[in-house]
Design a protein around this ligand. Structure first.
Ligand code: MLT
Length: 314
């Protein structure tokens, strides 16, 4: 029997790709490539990552599609409703990069709080003393309140770490989370979260209603020296409001790993601001996380083989 055709539109780690190739005809082809539509007409599966947009128009050109595998966590690039109405199942890897993202966010926070200097040459005694005075941190982490916006997998681990470091941890979530699952964090209203967080870290999902969740009104509630971290999705924040806040609050700092759009152009309103640090969507960039995400191929194969997938997006 012919193997089912699966299109791989973005990178996959070699071992999971080889595993799927043993079972399917796996063809690497980006959604913008010329032959994509030809392949889509025949494909039973598609494996995507962060930047392939799966919408109704695309699905209409894939009449045989049974499954979309999202190598990663966020499902904002996939129109779940359109998939549902066409009977296309969507599978993903919800816990694949939790650890990687949490490590990255804490690395950003520690970098922001603790100035450091790595020496490549000996310093004169007077300069040594000067440097030690200049690099004194203004804030110690256990004196600060960590605000976690969204207490999902990543938010919970951020809370655990914050509590372990001696921080007061508060969170806001749409769900009512039972007290033994709060990981040391105290629930507060959205306004309280915004007003009381010294470090505000965003971990909500990318559902359409979360677009511009952090708008001008939200910035207006924040502390003038807040450290804002966004490693979730760029569109959760209003870029112009963000630029206005950080240009008028030089004591505040933004640590932004995700952007709208990605990649951003030279007209990005947050470029070139001293207190806004931009990184190119690196939070999940560890070998382990990348491999974990790529193993979405197991669930893709389960669906094609008539089995139940482990992680199906509903
Ligand atoms: C995710 O949603 O899993 C990440 O944003 C994926 C990525 O880093 O590409």
């Amino acid at each position: 029997m012919a193997k089912p055709l699966v299109i791989q539109t973005e990178d996959l780690d070699p071992a999971p790709a080889a595993w799927l190739s043993e079972r399917c005809e796996l063809v690497r082809c980006g959604a913008g490539e010329k032959r994509f539509e030809q392949l889509l007409a025949l494909a039973e599966g598609m494996v995507v990552r962060t930047y392939t947009k799966v919408d109704g128009a695309m699905l209409a050109k894939g009449p045989k599609l049974k499954v979309i595998g999202r190598a990663g966590v966020g499902l904002d690039n996939i129109d779940l409703e359109a998939c549902r109405s066409r009977g296309v199942r969507v599978v993903s890897t919800p816990d694949a990069n939790t650890q990687a993202v949490v490590e990255f966010v804490w690395a950003l926070i520690f970098d922001a709080l603790r100035p450091r200097l790595f020496l490549s040459e000996a310093l004169e005694k007077s300069h040594w003393g000067e440097v030690r005075r200049e690099l004194r941190a203004e804030k110690q982490i256990n004196e600060l309140t960590l605000g976690v916006y969204g207490l999902g997998r990543i938010g919970k681990r951020m809370a655990t770490m914050g509590a372990a470091l001696g921080m007061r941890v508060i969170y806001h979530d749409l769900l009512d989370i039972q007290s033994d699952l709060r990981h040391g964090a105290t629930p507060v209203s959205r306004d309280e979260l915004l007003a009381n967080a010294d470090i505000l870290t965003i971990h909500v999902d990318g559902r359409p209603s979360n677009r511009n969740l952090i708008d001008g009104a939200a910035f207006a509630r924040m502390k003038p020296d807040v450290i804002l971290v966004n490693a979730a999705r760029g569109f959760l924040m209003d870029n112009r409001a963000c630029a206005a806040f950080f240009s008028s609050h030089p004591e505040a700092m933004a640590l932004l790993d995700v952007h709208e759009p990605e990649p951003f152009g030279s007209n990005y309103p947050l470029l070139g601001m001293e207190n806004v640090h931009l990184s190119p969507h690196l939070a999940a960039a560890t070998d382990r996380a990348q491999e974990n995400m790529s193993w979405v191929v197991r669930d893709v194969w389960r669906v094609l083989n008539g089995e139940n997938p482990e992680h199906e997006a509903k």
